[in-house]
Design a protein around this ligand. Structure first.
Ligand code: TXA
Ligand code: MG
Length: 319
């Protein structure tokens, strides 16, 4: 079932069921974060390995304090600046957070999402919600309720429809090692915005040997069709044989590529705005994946602000 009834969602969650919820970043697959039994359903529905920990969502800072041990000063500054919002903080956890949620790590990821329906829902619940993105493991995240319906609809009791996601990219994940802030995943809040508040941060997305943020596996965010970077420039694509062009889909930043059929192309932002491009990115990948094309060619966007997170997702999809 799909709808915008918070009470239906609340009752199902209280009775131990999994419900899809809207956030400003992407849709989440939510369950009672304090109940391992229910949380295990999330992993089953997503087909997600249990070594990939979940993000816990709540509505107030006072709530977060119930579940974490100590909080670095810089974390507090980020909370002040960006919550509710597209920022996830990794903090040392208390025992009450089940090991399944954190994949056995002694830290937990927390976020206060900025979506009116979900904030309202969270306030009505006596527990926080563990929620990964509401897509099958390894596929791009859903930015509309219908994306969730298409892929996971028959496995879910309810999809809370909060409209299209405002940001369209997952949250930025920040943790602390020996007191130093580290960005583990680029996302909705830009590195620049974070550095304006707390000074220089290290950006260290997943290394394949030791994934600190396991969801950052290189191939994450892939569409099912092979995706190739259009880095060498449009010219090199045009130089390829006609037969290849006829079977090419293009994810373009501002302008369509000459020589490829119009209907096989998706433009992220005609105005060249990075926030608009971010909002359209996953929709674009889904669209191109649904076409009768063999390969998706994706253009990188300017590497600043949220553009860095867009490029991160495109590069991972190409891996
Ligand atoms: O915007 C978002 O963050 C969305 C919405 C639903 O809030 N959620 C989301 O969840 O993107 P998911 O499961 O797709 O990504 C969660 C990632 C994990 O893959 C892992 O990389 C990281 O968060 N994570 C969670 N707990 C962690 C921990 N204790 N230490 C390091 N990384 C952690
Ligand atoms: Mg995900």
């Amino acid at each position: 079932m799909i709808g915008n009834d918070i009470e239906i969602a609340r009752k199902l969650l209280v009775s131990g069921q999994v419900v899809a919820i809207p956030t400003e970043t992407v849709y989440g697959l939510a369950a009672n974060a304090l109940d391992p039994q229910t949380v295990s359903q999330i992993f089953i529905i997503k087909n997600r390995p249990t070594f990939d920990p979940l993000i816990v969502h709540t509505y107030a800072w006072e709530e977060v304090k119930k579940y974490v041990l100590d909080i670095p000063t810089q974390a507090k500054e980020l909370v002040q600046a960006f919550w509710p919002g597209a920022l996830t903080l990794i903090l040392p956890k208390k025992k009450i957070i089940p090991d399944l949620v954190t994949s056995g790590l002694d830290t937990v990821a927390f976020r206060i999402p900025n979506h009116p329906l979900t904030l309202d829902l969270l306030q009505r619940l006596p527990f926080p919600l563990a929620a990964p993105s509401a897509n099958p493991f390894g596929y791009v995240s859903p930015t509309k309720a219908e994306h969730v319906t298409q892929q996971l609809g028959d496995q879910l009791a309810y999809i809370l429809d909060g409209g299209p996601c405002e940001i369209g990219l997952e949250s930025t994940i920040v943790g602390f090692e020996e007191g130093k802030p580290i960005i583990y995943r680029l996302g909705g809040i830009s590195r620049e915005a974070i550095e304006e508040r707390i000074g220089l941060v290290t950006v260290r997305p997943h290394s394949s040997s030791n994934p600190k943020a396991p969801g950052m596996l290189k191939s994450h965010y892939s569409p099912y069709k092979p995706l190739v970077l259009l880095e060498e420039g449009v010219a090199s694509l045009r130089a390829k044989q006609d037969i290849i062009l006829a079977k090419a889909g293009v994810l373009a930043f501002q302008k369509k590529v000459l020589g490829i059929p119009d209907k096989q192309q998706f433009v992220l932002s005609e105005k060249g705005e990075l926030t608009e491009a971010a909002r359209n990115l996953f929709e674009g990948l889904r669209f191109l994946d649904s076409l009768q094309v063999e390969t998706i060619y994706a253009e990188l966007v300017p590497d600043r602000g949220i553009g860095r997170a867009i490029n991160d997702r495109i590069r991972r999809a190409a891996a």
